[in-house]
Write a protein that binds this ligand. Structure first.
Ligand code: URA
Length: 210
């Protein structure tokens, strides 16, 4: 069974509470998601390997840790709400390449249908972070990772903001090898597949649509 890491850092939890509030405006919601995404990126990259290089400080030489150059990353955003996590992550991991996968939820079955895929050509040499704020039914996440596994990345991690237990279970059943990182696990899903208590439709709240 893949592990789920809940990032309980007080700054993440505080910002998430602000995002949940129904009267939080689009611009604040977007800014908060970007801020949280930087904090998530910090946790998700904890296991990046370091190497040591000789450098010169103003005072002396030293062997200093630096990211191992061979550890290349790709961040794949599940359109469209994944975009809200992307920019903050890229600020912390500026050398990452970016992929996009477009899936829409068929409203009656809630199943994910793919309509777009664009990835860097060297994806098989990269560690992949798949980002989508809401792990609800898990259908989109499972379909995205099904498809992305076909491109043979070195590893995959799934990063979200909120997860429902149903989504985690579904994802685990299909992708037990892919760890999940989330800021919170909520109570469950309503009859429309929304996370409860949740924060509503993440894409709509990010972009001011409805
Ligand atoms: N997608 C959303 O944006 N919100 C939910 O609660 C569930 C899926």
């Amino acid at each position: 069974m893949a592990e789920v890491t809940v990032i309980k850092h007080p700054l993440v939890q505080h910002k998430l509470t602000l995002m949940r509030q129904a009267d939080t405006h689009t611009q604040d919601f977007r800014r908060l998601l970007k801020e949280i995404s930087m904090l998530l990126a910090y946790e998700v990259t904890r296991d990046l390997p370091l190497k040591y290089e000789k450098i010169q400080t103003p005072l002396t030489e030293m062997e200093a840790p630096i990211l191992a150059a061979d550890k290349k990353m790709v961040i794949v955003s599940i359109l469209r709400a994944g975009q809200g996590l992307l920019d903050g992550m890229l600020e912390l991991i500026p050398t990452a390449k970016v992929g996009h996968i477009g899936l829409y939820r068929e409203p009656t079955t809630l199943m994910a249908v793919e309509y777009y895929l664009k990835l860097p050509i060297d994806v098989e040499y990269r560690d992949m972070l798949v980002v989508d704020p809401m792990l609800a039914t898990g259908n989109s996440a499972v379909a995205a990772v099904d498809r992305l596994k076909e491109t043979n990345p070195t590893s995959i991690k799934f990063v979200c903001l909120l997860a429902a237990p149903e989504g985690i279970q579904h994802f685990h059943e299909q992708h037990p090898d892919v760890p999940i990182y989330t800021a919170a696990i909520d109570r469950g899903l309503d009859s429309h597949g929304y996370i409860v208590p949740g924060l509503g439709d993440a894409g709509d709240r990010l972009y001011g649509t409805r």
